[in-house]
Write a protein that binds this ligand. Structure first.
Ligand code: ASP
Ligand code: MG
Length: 403
């Protein structure tokens, strides 16, 4: 079997943990498997490096930032190879250049385009464990790029796809994917199996376990994933195309506090207004989420929508800049104390009543809903952020997601 194993920063945070990971990999190797290991930077190294850069130059270029950040992963792969070597197992570390992990040109948030597998295959055929830097790539200028925070998951999935691996295991510091954040919902339960689509919704909603692009890629190439803990031997969560419908049609509840709502009132009620509004925002790369437009009255209408909280001020400024021109309106208001709570489940498609049940639970918990948005497998409500814990618990209970 060819196995790709990815370990996150906490799993390689110090000497003891590096040896723990080395031993887990060697176990597979000793069974005769081919083993490719993808690592993140040790512990909080990426944050430390970013802080160092900021101290020197708060306006450092993205190119130099990537040059700096890629050293984090380079450190962990080299140390891991040394650890394995000291345990008597042949291992070799490779960075993005040595593999040739080609990405798009943009620094800081590049996308993988093509991976050369020759070098890795050659090392595997010499019975070495191959340890590859996560998170990094190279672009057409022969510069280092990075894939965005949390991007090592995507490196692992891409390698598994390119190498046609038999297994792709993502090791982290939790036991798998949970029905809700256990810090908020105490009786949250580990999910045994989840579909790509559900995982994608959860990852995009900030569940934090997997980089959402890694899930996108796993779905595209049919790479089955296992998310499990590097600290114990529990079974983890399997992410695949069709999951067993274990129990309910809802598999999890997620929240996202990094949300703000912007309301633009009394816009002209005529064609092209929504286009102009969202086009101005898109031109500044601002992602818009839940959109609500009121019924037109006396030639005007209101449009409100949510954005990530960190770009709310910028979004308001962009709209303000066009108020005297293409976007005549009465006011632009921003509300920051809001959060999104969502239920996700592939079974929703064929089971009506999920939204009603969620709203009932929120009503019973006395939580007011400000805005609603749905997809085929998700219902999201916008609420006051101080209500999040209460809402999450109420919804989790209503769908009987606990053990
Ligand atoms: N080290 C990078 C980060 O902290 C990539 C990763 O861990 O996946 O974002
Ligand atoms: Mg991660």
């Amino acid at each position: 079997m060819l196995i790709v194993k990815k370990f996150g920063g906490t799993s390689v945070a110090d000497k003891e943990r590096i040896f723990n990971v080395a031993k887990r990999c060697i176990e597979d190797y000793n069974k005769g498997n081919e083993v490719v290991v993808v690592l993140s930077a040790m512990g909080k190294m990426t944050d430390v490096l970013l802080q160092q850069a900021k101290d020197i130059n708060p306006n450092a270029s993205k190119r130099e930032l990537d040059m700096l950040l890629t050293t984090g992963e380079q450190t962990s792969v080299a140390l891991m190879a040394m650890a394995m070597d000291s345990l008597g197992v042949p291992a070799v570390s490779l960075n993005a250049f040595q593999v040739a992990m080609n990405t798009t040109a943009n620094y800081g948030n590049a996308r993988l385009k093509r991976i050369d597998t020759d070098r890795i295959k050659h090392e595997l055929s010499n019975r070495r464990i191959v340890i590859v830097t996560g998170f990094q790539g190279i672009n057409k200028y022969d510069d280092y790029t990075t894939l965005g925070r949390g991007g090592s998951d995507t490196t692992a999935v891409a390698l598994a796809a390119a190498l046609r691996a038999d297994a792709c295991e993502i090791y982290t510091d939790v036991d798998g994917v949970y029905t809700a954040d256990p810090r908020i919902v105490k009786d949250a339960r580990k999910i045994n199996e989840i579909t790509y689509d559900e995982m994608l919704e959860l990852a995009s909603l900030g569940a934090g376990v997997l980089h959402n692009r890694s899930v996108e890629m796993a779905k595209k190439y049919g790479v089955q994933l296992v998310v499990r803990s590097s600290l114990n031997n529990s079974e983890g969560t399997i992410v695949k195309e069709d999951a067993k419908l274990e129990r309910m049609f809802v598999s999890g509840v997620a929240c996202d506090r990094n949300t703000a709502r912007i309301a633009v009132t009394k816009l002209e009620d005529k064609p092209g207004v929504a286009f102009k509004l969202f086009n101005h925002l898109a031109n500044h790369n601002i992602n818009v989420d839940i959109i609500l437009q009121s019924v037109g009255r006396e030639g005007t209408k209101d449009i409100s929508f949510t954005v990530d909280q960190d770009v709310a001020k910028e979004a308001v400024q962009i709209i303000e800049n066009h108020r005297t021109g293409s976007l005549k309106c009465e006011s632009v208001d921003v509300e920051e104390n809001v959060a999104k709570v969502s239920v996700v489940g592939a079974g929703m498609m064929s089971n009506p009543g999920v939204a009603a049940k969620m709203f009932e639970a929120l009503y019973n918990a006395n939580v007011n809903i400000k805005q609603i948005c749905t997809s085929e497998i998700r219902v999201t409500v916008l609420i006051q952020d101080s209500d999040v814990d209460k809402a999450m618990n109420a919804v989790h209970d209503a769908f009987e997601l606990s053990e």
